[in-house]
Design a protein. Sequence first.
Length: 310
Amino acid sequence: MVHAPARPPAGAPPIRINLYSDTQTLPTPAMKAAMMEAEMGDEQHGDDPTVHALCDRMAALLGKEAAVFLPSGTMCNVIAILTHCRPGEEVLAHETAHILGSEGGTHAALAGVQINPLKGERGMFSAETLRAAIRPRSRHAPPQSLLEVEQTANIGGGAVWPQAELDAVVAVAREQGWATHMDGARLMNAVVASGIPAAEMVAGFDTVWLDFTKGLGAPLGAVLAGSEEFIGEAWRWKQRLGGAMRRAGICAAACIHALDHHVDRLADDHANARALARGLRQIEGITVEEPDTNLVFFDPTGTGRRRASW
């Protein structure tokens, strides 16, 4: 079976309006200029000043001791779980979590862990649901070691976890002695939508990462943050997985530019998403979820048209 993505058909007309995902954002001219002017070194050797500047800034933004620059958000999740967990352990996450449905079975293949899928509306679960998933500690059950949440919840429609609910599930994890990890691919969307500072929002999580290739518009890159000891261990997996880079400052500069110029613009994305939702509701037969942030989920079934035609 070929797993490579299909290329566009030869001669296909160019896409003029692309609303597929915030993953389709492109660097602005100003971001490209910042990349060209970046001071660079050898990131793998530890002497790229722009990477250090990005990681120090992200650690401070997220209220953590240290951070590491990685090529992708998926690698952030993979390295976090490989560092947090041991083979045979169990991670608790929502049934629509990215780690369960969009990372190619990596956590079973490489970490040897299983993921316990929890139910809940809009990509979120309650403290009661989490507590009901606690297993008796015995040789018959996998040791449960990690709680994972997404902020915002992607398949939940870009939903923002209320802070009280985040705190409640973290409290359950702490009672059980579990580590906590946040998939923060769209964390800044949640920060902008809620008005809660990033460090406050993620204070209960041992590790958290932010993706710069979504609405922030960078060409690649994500930053994983945690304790100094944890990030030191994560570097071993970064090396093993081929995530250690060379002249990475050129990409880190794009991420710094995004922090400086693109975070506030996420509010515009949210407003545009609400406008799109209002417009879609005017089409007979389409059911639309009200967006919390920048993702619009709708169902065209009532129009009598097949989903594939939209």
